[in-house]
Design a protein. Structure first.
Length: 190
């Protein structure tokens, strides 16, 4: 389905749908809900196309704060204005906030038990698997994947191996990718 067809088929969620949708996302994950947010927004509710999700997530990663909370604000604002920008992140955070309070009390009581430590290691491994699966799906939605690979590799090399500061790498990547995008648009117009 093309982006235009998907946009025509999208339903405009009301405040209740935004709250409940992001509440389900917030209550789905432990240690990271980005894969659940993508599934809800792109596959289940179809409030965004896969390409829109990648683009908006890129913006949210560049902004300060938690990526998924930024995404909830953005999606809420897109569909319901200021009220949506407030309701969506509240839906995302309210349930997990209450659960974390309860888990903190439980961990204080039973956290030193070997069974509790083993459970936490298993949960962390499952979270890593979910993150890898989401990255794979996001990558498969990119058009001209080969064209973006050098930016990925340069980012990894700059931050992980050369130990350059992240703000410098982000600004350099922004300038380089902007220049390449400008060049590609100019080539497409010819």
């Amino acid at each position: 389905m093309s982006t235009a067809e998907l946009s025509q088929n999208q339903q405009r969620p009301d405040l209740r749908a935004l709250f409940l949708g992001f509440s389900a996302v917030g209550l789905s994950g432990f240690g990271g809900v980005l894969p659940f947010a993508r599934r809800m927004l792109v596959e289940d509710k179809r409030w965004m196309s896969a390409e829109e999700f990648n683009t908006q997530l890129g913006l949210c990663q560049f902004l300060p704060g938690p990526n998924v909370v930024n995404l909830a604000v953005l999606v809420g604002k897109r569909y319901q204005g200021l009220a949506g920008a407030l309701v969506a992140p509240i839906g995302l955070l309210l349930g997990p906030f209450l659960i974390v309070l309860l888990l903190a009390m439980a961990y204080d009581t039973w956290g030193s038990l070997p069974l509790a430590q083993a459970m936490l290691r298993g949960i962390a491994a499952a979270g890593c698997g979910l993150l890898f699966a989401m990255a794979w799906r996001m990558g498969s939605a990119l058009k001209d994947k080969w064209f973006f690979l050098p930016f990925t590799l340069l980012t990894v090399v700059g931050i992980a191996w050369l130990r350059w500061p992240m703000p410098a790498v982000m600004l350099g990547g922004l300038a380089a990718s902007g220049a390449v995008a400008y060049w590609r648009l100019a080539q497409a117009k010819k």
